[in-house]
Structures are given as structure tokens and as C-alpha cells.
Design a protein around this ligand. Structure first.
Ligand SMILES: [Zn+2]
Length: 159
């Protein structure tokens, strides 16, 4: 994107506001022009012809061990290309690391098996979606406890 003064706007930050919105800020650097956009990360993809990470996704990579970070970055960029995504959020990062799937901690999996069949599929979907929204790559027992209480009103004796 170009500024009215003719210079290319520089990306300053992408902040995740919640699971479905991010705030993107561009500065000109020559004149005082600044541009702020609040958009869904998926809608922001056409704004960039290269892959950008939100501040939160960058923070996750920064905390990884130095040997792991370049591997994960490459894996994520590859997955982003496949999906036609340029704005990588923390949720997308988790999705990329699992090739679009959320894994289940063994204890969480065995608890899910005890959930009554009519609600099991819905519970599985809701838990995986919540995990991805939070940038988690795995469904854990503590996430289950929380989601159960919030969405399903299930009693603890299923688990
Ligand atoms: Zn300018």
C-alpha cells in the first residue's frame, strides 16, 4: 500500500484483539501519515504479498528454543502458502503446527469417550475450535473442564 506522498507504507504492528479481529497499523515514515485497520485476519490476507505474523504469533515463535524456531517458521509459512493466508495469527500458528488438526491429550481423549454419544461430536468440535482460537495445539483436561461448564453444563461425574 502506498501513502499519498508516494512512499510505501510500512507495517508497524498487528495486534490480535480477539479470535476474529486484529488491529493493523501502518506508518509512512516520511510524512506523518498513519493508517489503522481493524479487520478479520482472513480478510487482511490480500493486503500483503508476503507472510506477516501478528505480534502474538511472533511472541510464540520468540519463546521457542533457537533450534526449533526456524523449523516452525518454515512449516507455518508453507502451510500459510497452501491456505492462501498471509496474516498468521496465534490460532493459525497452532493450526499450522498440526496441519489443521488439534490433537488430544490421552486423558482428555478418554474422558471424551465417556461423554454421552449424542453430545460427543458437538463437544469434540467445540473443544477443538476453542483450542485453536486460543492458539493451543492440544485439547487438555483443564480446557475440557472449562468448556464443559460453560457450554454443556455437564456434571463432573462424566470425567
Ligand atoms: Zn507519506
Amino acid at each position: 500500500m502506498q501513502c499519498a506522498c508516494g512512499r510505501t507504507l510500512e507495517l508497524q504492528e498487528i495486534e490480535e484483539l480477539d479470535a476474529s479481529a486484529c488491529f493493523i497499523r501502518f506508518d509512512c515514515g516520511v510524512c506523518d501519515f498513519r493508517l489503522g485497520l481493524e479487520v478479520e485476519p482472513k480478510q487482511a490476507s490480500p493486503l500483503f504479498d508476503y507472510i506477516v505474523l501478528t505480534d502474538e504469533a511472533q511472541h510464540i515463535l520468540d519463546r521457542m528454543p533457537p533450534y526449533l524456531e526456524p523449523l516452525v517458521r518454515e512449516e507455518v509459512e508453507h502451510y500459510a502458502h497452501q491456505k492462501g493466508v498471509t496474516v498468521v495469527t496465534s490460532a493459525f500458528l497452532a493450526e499450522a503446527r498440526n496441519r489443521g488438526a488439534v490433537s488430544w491429550n490421552p486423558e482428555a481423549e478418554s474422558r471424551l469417550a465417556r461423554v454421552p454419544a449424542p453430545v460427543r461430536a458437538m463437544a469434540r468440535m467445540e473443544l477443538e475450535r476453542t483450542a485453536l482460537d486460543r492458539g493451543m495445539s492440544e485439547v487438555t483436561v483443564s480446557l475440557m473442564e472449562e468448556v464443559k461448564a460453560r457450554y454443556f453444563g455437564m456434571r463432573r461425574d462424566y470425567g
